[in-house]
Design a protein around this ligand. Structure first.
Ligand SMILES: Nc1nc2c([nH]c(=O)n2[C@@H]2O[C@H](COP(=O)(O)OP(=O)(O)OP(=O)(O)O)[C@@H](O)[C@H]2O)c(=O)[nH]1
Ligand SMILES: [Mg+2]
Length: 319
């Protein structure tokens, strides 16, 4: 059996969302491939400690703000310059650090925009990580039914000004003509911003109304045979079978709910963070926690392996 190597990996993020990749230096296995800085966890060392030590050794910086994220297992085959091995990667977000970046191992650095990578190849174990990073940590769901259109559009504008990047329109009460009118308003409001909109409906209707994406309810998800063409696609999941289906279809993301008890589904008790985290284990597509979520739950969701949280209520309420 290949040996298991535990690795601490640092995703250095700038305030604008760009993150740092480094090239693997000559002399190491997979030389020239791009990766996040990091390295092997030593015996008896905690992943956090290894992260700080490796950051000092490779980059000359000391992380001061660390947020644990996904753990990912990957089997590397033997190559001409490296033996076969299984890695367990512990990814961390590092959003603040002390010191100036230095390439202490002769590596090259490249800051990357999450949706426009301009270096390659990236280590194969990282592909799902790059996909997840191309989506934001906060996902908003519309609530026109409760708020009324005017108040909703006002709150949406505020969120767009504050950087909202992903929005699902979910207004199942509207007939076709009212949904089309609302869609026109929402899409034109979002157009000048860097925000992608998904319609909770069929792929056909999402395309017809001009959306970039579609959100499938769990029933529709289970009937799909392939991922819809030309649409950013997400789905609602409530159990392991639905999550697996979303992954098999290679959807762009999925929502898993309810994480906590929520007033919109008072009959459901909520998975709780422990079960939520267990259900995400081993999944490769980005998942958002939904149900009872508030902005302060982002770090808990990420520590459970999710990309972030989805909110239908709390996001529209100004503190
Ligand atoms: N640092 C880092 N390693 C990764 C990433 N993705 C990934 O699969 N790995 C794998 O995790 C292992 C990390 O080993 P490393 O070579 O960085 O370890 P290290 O810094 O302690 O170096 P050394 O022990 O060779 O001196 C390698 O097998 C590497 O292929 C990543 O994004 N960053
Ligand atoms: Mg390293």
């Amino acid at each position: 059996m290949a040996k298991l190597v535990q690795v601490a990996v640092a995703i250095l993020i700038r305030p604008n969302g760009d993150y740092l990749l480094a090239s693997r230096p000559d002399g190491k296995g997979w030389a020239g491939w791009w990766e996040f800085p990091g390295g092997k966890i030593e015996t008896g060392e905690s992943p956090e400690h290894a992260l700080i030590r490796e950051s000092q050794e490779e980059l000359g910086i000391t992380p001061t703000r660390i947020q644990p994220w996904i753990k990912r297992r990957y089997d590397y085959p033997a190559t001409h310059d490296a033996e076969a091995k299984t890695v367990l990667l512990h990814f961390f977000f590092v959003s603040e650090w002390q010191g100036e970046l230095q390439a202490r191992e002769g590596q090259q650095f490249a800051w990357q925009h999450p949706q426009k990578l301009n270096v390659s190849p990236v280590l194969p174990a990282n592909a799902p990580i790059m996909q997840a990073l191309s989506l934001p940590s906060v996902y908003a769901i519309s609530n026109v039914q409760k708020m009324g259109e005017h108040t909703f559009l006002q709150a949406l504008r505020k969120q767009l000004d504050q950087g909202l990047q992903l929005l699902q329109i979910r207004e199942l009460q509207l007939d076709e003509s009212n949904l089309s009118q609302l869609s026109t308003k929402v899409l034109s409001l979002c157009a000048p911003y860097d925000c992608r909109c998904l319609l909770n409906s069929s792929p056909e209707q999402a395309l017809q109304l001009g959306y970039q994406g579609v959100h499938l309810n769990s029933q529709r998800l289970m009937t799909m045979i392939t991922k819809p063409d030309n649409l950013l696609t997400g789905a609602s999941c409530h159990d392991a079978e639905q999550l697996q289906k979303a992954q098999d279809l290679k959807l762009d993301c999925a929502l898993l709910s309810p994480v906590l008890p929520t007033s919109s589904h008072p009959e459901a008790s909520g998975l709780g963070w422990e079960k939520f985290s267990e259900m995400l284990n081993g999944l490769e597509i980005p998942i958002y926690g939904l149900g009872g979520m508030r902005p302060e739950h982002v770090s808990q969701a990420q520590a459970s392996g999710a990309r972030g949280i989805a909110m239908q209520r709390a996001i529209w309420i100004q503190p």
